[in-house]
Design a protein around this ligand. Structure first.
Ligand code: CTP
Ligand code: CA
Length: 224
């Protein structure tokens, strides 16, 4: 019933949005994670739903509660996030805003690691996590029509993000400068450069909600 009432340029479209950090357990009490408030992902999910899309919102443990009006799938780890994304397919749109931990423990300890006297800190042996964005971008069957990734960079933003787009095979990369002092990490504003096959387009600094609405609008235009 709800779907029938929703109108807009993305009506009848399914969008998958990943958001938040992932947590990779070290032992039962500790984990590896990225910084991510989840605000930009929330705003994107809300904006896509506002244009009529059915949104599956796959989120790691973010501080900001997930938005209303979307299907929420909560996960902890990168592997769980990848499984959730795969299960949510097919989709027309994939927006990968999650700050996925690049590494996990090769083997998480089943019991709490204790400080052993005289032995110093433990060495953690890490393994690379699956790249969810690259996996979906490079699917030979069932790839969403439009795949959008993010690139949080501190240096050479456009060059790094352009290379990242090519390496991963997504259609667009939304790059931003998360250097300390920009106030973007954890703040309510964002200044992004959207990179596609034709080049880079810098958008003025705006609220994360406004950036999300502009991105959703651009997505709707690209699909129709
Ligand atoms: N991403 C992902 N799965 C991963 C790592 C990243 O889906 N295991 C996605 C992010 O959600 C984002 C994009 O890939 O949309 C870029 O993430 P980023 O961390 O900037 O890229 P990396 O390839 O991990 O490169 P870096 O070494 O700069 O961290
Ligand atoms: Ca990374």
């Amino acid at each position: 019933i709800e779907a029938l009432l929703v109108d807009g340029p993305l009506a009848g479209r399914h969008a998958i949005v990943t958001s938040g950090p992932t947590h990779e357990p070290i032992d039962p009490v500790r984990y590896i994670a990225n910084r991510s408030s989840g605000q930009q992902g929330n705003a994107i999910a809300t904006a896509l739903a506002g244009l009529g899309a059915r949104v599956t919102f796959i989120t790691g443990p973010a501080i900001t509660p997930p938005p209303l009006g979307v299907t929420v799938v909560k996960v902890e780890t990168a592997q769980e996030m990848l499984n959730a994304v795969t299960s949510a397919l097919p989709a027309d749109i994939g927006v990968f805003a999650a700050a996925v931990a690049d590494w996990r423990m090769s083997e998480a300890a089943t019991g709490k690691i204790k400080k052993a006297k005289g032995e110093g800190p433990p060495s953690l042996t890490l393994t690379e996590n699956p790249d969810i964005l690259a996996t979906v971008s490079q699917m030979s069957e069932g790839r969403p029509e439009l795949v959008v990734g993010f690139a949080a960079e501190t240096d050479n933003i456009v060059e790094n993000a352009t290379r990242k787009r090519e390496r991963k095979g997504c259609d667009w990369i939304v790059a931003n400068d998360v250097s300390e002092g920009t106030g973007i990490m954890g703040g309510s504003e964002n200044a992004v450069t959207v990179i596609d096959a034709n080049g880079a387009e810098s958008w003025p600094r705006a609220t994360k909600d406004d950036v999300a609405r502009r991105l959703a609008q651009r997505i709707a235009e690209a699909l129709t």
